[in-house]
Unconditional design. Structure first.
Length: 235
């Protein structure tokens, strides 16, 4: 059977602990920084819209290595878009990416697990403006069916962290468990005193796990490394 070859990623690719503006931390996987070829391709896909660029970005997600997160069998939930902007663009990149993650790792997908009740002022702001505005300017609503379930968020770019912070807060309100996030690129600011090399150790198991015993061991190793690493997260 023909298998697609994972693309070559930069040294920045991988799982890292990231600090969110609201004070929480979360595991985030990114293919690389929001610059160069990846950044240009994301902009073509979002503002084009360029479907060829969107398909190229979906191939970037083939390089996500297995980790303890996937042994938890989380529900993949894309970050919602403002309906007015979605109508103008005609392309919702996080949904396309979430479908790819769900299919490649055999995880359940909930496209409407998160909703945006109204347009937020931060959507029209640039990254420097959002840094000044601070957390709390963006709000999502999570569906109650996600209660008690682990969730893997999917977005296109991690910049200030406000979007993921709002999504995590919404999931927490319904009793869900956000275990991580997958993005194409990151453009996060550094926080003095925080570790810049906190990475998750790859899990050698394919998906699904080989046995229940291996599944329990993987979950234990992921929980142990998470608690240890999230004490010094990266932004």
């Amino acid at each position: 059977m023909f298998r697609r070859r994972p693309p070559a990623h930069s040294l920045h690719a991988g799982w890292r602990a990231a600090a969110l503006p609201g004070g929480q931390s979360i595991w985030v996987w990114a293919a690389g920084p929001y610059a160069g070829e990846i950044g240009a391709t994301i902009r073509r896909a979002k503002f084009g819209p360029d479907w060829v660029a969107a398909q190229a970005l979906r191939r970037q997600l083939l390089g996500i290595h297995c980790s303890g997160i996937f042994t938890l069998r989380p529900t993949v939930v894309p970050i919602p878009s403002d309906p007015r902007r979605l109508g103008l663009r005609g392309l919702h990149l996080p949904v396309l990416l979430a479908k790819t993650v769900s299919r490649d790792h055999r995880l359940p997908l909930d496209r409407l697990g998160l909703l945006k009740p109204h347009a937020s002022p931060s959507q029209a702001q640039s990254r420097p403006e959002r840094l000044v505005t601070g957390p709390g300017s963006l709000r999502f609503e999570a569906h109650p069916r996600l209660s008690g379930r682990p969730v893997l968020l999917v977005d296109d770019v991690f910049t200030t962290g406000q979007t993921l912070d709002a999504a995590v807060e919404a999931l927490n309100r319904v009793g869900s468990w956000p275990v991580g996030a997958v993005v194409l690129a990151h453009q996060a600011r550094r926080t003095p005193g925080r570790s810049s090399h906190t990475k998750m150790t790859p899990c050698p198991s394919p998906n699904p796990p080989a046995s229940p015993l291996f599944r329990l061991r993987s979950i234990f190793m992921w929980c142990w490394s998470s608690q240890k690493s999230l004490q010094t997260p990266e932004t």
